[in-house]
Design a protein around this ligand. Structure first.
Ligand code: S3P
Length: 451
């Protein structure tokens, strides 16, 4: 039922054309969708979810939960039901758990499995198998989980959970919502209080949703102004709670930047999640001179949302401070495309974490922009882009490297470049933005397979 679709691979090309106009509903938030399925699986009884992202990443989470004995049913587009088995109620899988391209699925699932006294083998595609898992292995090992991994930290990964998990107090060495979430999900299965300290705030959907399902969770500021300590009391009984997933601000970033760059454009994107731990891109674009109007701010399903209207704008280069990175960690590639068309220099500071995403995004953005005729300098932890002050040359084929955000970013640039830009393989886009090309075409963009 929830098996990921087998999407066709193949080249996609974006060409300059007329303005983008109209409105469309961006797909559901990926981070919230994974968490909705996982927490619903731990509640006792049936949870209904609307607006669920039906991208391959989330389908992999749904399929994983089914392998672990949870009934997951799709009633219609974005409408899903999960029959939760309660904390500690997952059952041993009779197959390897394949998480495709999804780091969030892999790391959060380690947290869920931690409190179950059986073994499971997790694997994924070539991209996921190259990503570091040591960041979850370390804290979960301290709680009593045993791992076996390639190179000590790569998938395939065998997770042997424990029925006698120990609570922990863990300070995150990297700003990572996935690691924070894995520890909190493990903490749900341990007696007493488990706490995580993050020195910079990262997306807080897990905390919000745990509260929504009735868990006892405390969030306190710690001495430095941006950090916080999150404490969960283990072994509660979670009650099913309906969830409405808002539109994904990370996916909205692509039509937003496209509309800013294509002259004469004006588009509206309703119901975008405006959680402040996710909106760093929009703050950066506003600093660059982007015309963004947020209307009808409201709360839906425990998350703030608003409707966004984007009007084409002349952009200026900007310095993006390191402290903003967690609030826009997935949006640097597309912001780099805006920077390539802006007047003046843009610098991204403190972005070393981009090397550990679906691809090494610092290297991929730098190489792709250079191929499109943009002057760019890649540092170990930074990226400097000299804006063309208008349309860059383009005219390149970019290797998407199994990375959806690299693929979509360069297609967006192709809509604004003098010459078309192609990506070698668009299949990864299905992980987060089903029918991206079709949705963009409905706004008037020329994106499609080569004839
Ligand atoms: C995510 C957290 C971020 C982000 C990823 C989704 C999440 O990763 O890049 O796309 O849903 O928790 P890190 O926790 O590794 O920063």
């Amino acid at each position: 039922m929830s098996k990921p679709k087998n999407t066709a691979s193949g080249t996609l090309t974006a060409r300059r054309g007329g303005p983008l106009r109209g409105a469309f509903k961006v797909p559901g938030d990926k981070s919230i969708s994974h968490r909705a399925l996982m927490l619903a699986a731990l509640a006792v009884g049936e949870t209904t979810i609307t607006g669920l992202l039906e991208g391959d990443d989330v389908r992999h989470t749904a399929a994983a939960l089914e392998l672990l004995g949870v009934a997951v049913t799709r009633d219609g587009l974005g409408a899903w039901r999960v029959n939760g088995v309660g904390i500690g109620g997952l059952t041993p899988p009779d197959d390897v758990i394949d998480l495709g391209n999804s780091g969030t699925a892999a790391r959060l699932l380690c947290g869920l499995l931690a409190g179950h006294g059986f073994s499971a083998v997790l694997t994924g595609d070539a991209s996921l198998r190259s990503r570091p898992m040591g960041r979850v292995v370390t804290p979960l090992t301290a709680m009593g989980v045993t791992f076996q991994a390639n190179d000590g930290e790569r998938m395939p990964l065998t997770v042997a959970g424990s029925d006698n998990l120990r609570p922990t107090a863990y300070t995150l060495p990297v700003a990572s919502a996935q690691v924070k979430s894995a520890v909190l999900l493990a903490g749900l299965h341990a007696p007493g209080e488990t706490s995580v300290v993050e020195t910079t705030a990262t997306r807080d959907h897990t905390e919000r949703m745990l509260g929504h399902f009735g868990a006892e969770i405390r969030v306190e500021d710690v001495s430095d102004q941006t950090g916080r300590r999150i404490t969960i009391t283990g072994q509660p009984e979670l009650a099913p709670a309906a969830i409405a997933v808002p539109a994904d601000p990370s996916s909205a970033a692509f039509p937003t930047v496209a509309a800013l760059l294509v002259p004469g454009s004006e588009i509206t994107l309703p119901g975008i999640c405006t959680n402040p731990t996710r909106t760093g891109l929009y703050a950066s674009l506003a600093e660059m001179g982007a015309d963004l109007t947020w209307r009808d701010e409201r709360v839906e399903g425990g998350e703030p949302v608003a409707d966004l209207t984007v009007t084409a704008s002349a952009l200026a280069g900007v310095e993006v401070p390191a402290a903003r990175a967690p609030a826009m960690i997935d949006e640097y590639p597309v912001l780099a495309m805006a920077a390539a068309c802006a007047e003046g220099t843009t610098v991204f500071h403190g972005v070393g974490e981009l090397r550990h995403k679906e691809s090494d995004r610092l290297a991929a953005v730098a190489a792709g922009l250079a191929a499109c005729g943009v002057a760019v300098e890649e540092g170990p932890d930074s990226l400097t882009i000299q804006g063309a002050g208008g349309a860059p040359a383009g005219g390149a084929t970019i290797e998407a490297a199994l990375d959806h955000r690299i693929a979509m970013s360069f297609l967006v640039l192709g809509l604004a470049s003098e010459n078309p830009i192609s990506i070698d393989d668009g299949s990864s886009i299905e992980t987060s933005f089903p029918d991206f090309a079709g949705s963009m075409a409905a706004l008037g963009a020329d994106i499609g397979p080569d004839e």
